[in-house]
Design a protein. Structure first.
Length: 107
């Protein structure tokens, strides 16, 4: 009920721990992390220039850029995840699923 109420109020919870380019302030609002945001822009820019996700990941790793999870190894699946993430376009499509019956887990 609480989650549904927050959605109705327009308050969306976004896990920012592995969300490259963003962090939260004292009030819990998402704020842009400038250095990480530049990495996200670079990923989109290189993709639009025709580079494959594998090549983008290779370049990021070669340049020593840290992932959103704090690792040094970049995977093409990580780049694809960033490119497909609607939150980078300013949308938070939530809830994506709705459980009708929590006991039987019917969706």
């Amino acid at each position: 009920m609480g989650i549904s109420y927050r959605f109705q109020e327009g308050k969306v919870l976004v896990n920012h721990n592995k969300f490259l380019g963003y962090t939260k302030d004292e009030q819990g609002q998402l704020i842009i992390e400038p250095e990480e945001a530049e990495v996200v822009r670079r990923i989109y820019r290189e993709f639009l220039d025709g580079k494959s996700p594998y090549k983008i990941a290779s370049n990021l790793q070669k340049d020593g850029i840290i992932t959103g999870a704090g690792g040094s190894k970049w995977y093409d699946s990580t780049v694809i995840g960033i490119l497909k993430n609607v939150k980078y376009m300013g949308d938070a499509l939530l809830p994506k699923t709705y459980t009708v019956d929590f006991l039987t887990k019917n969706v």
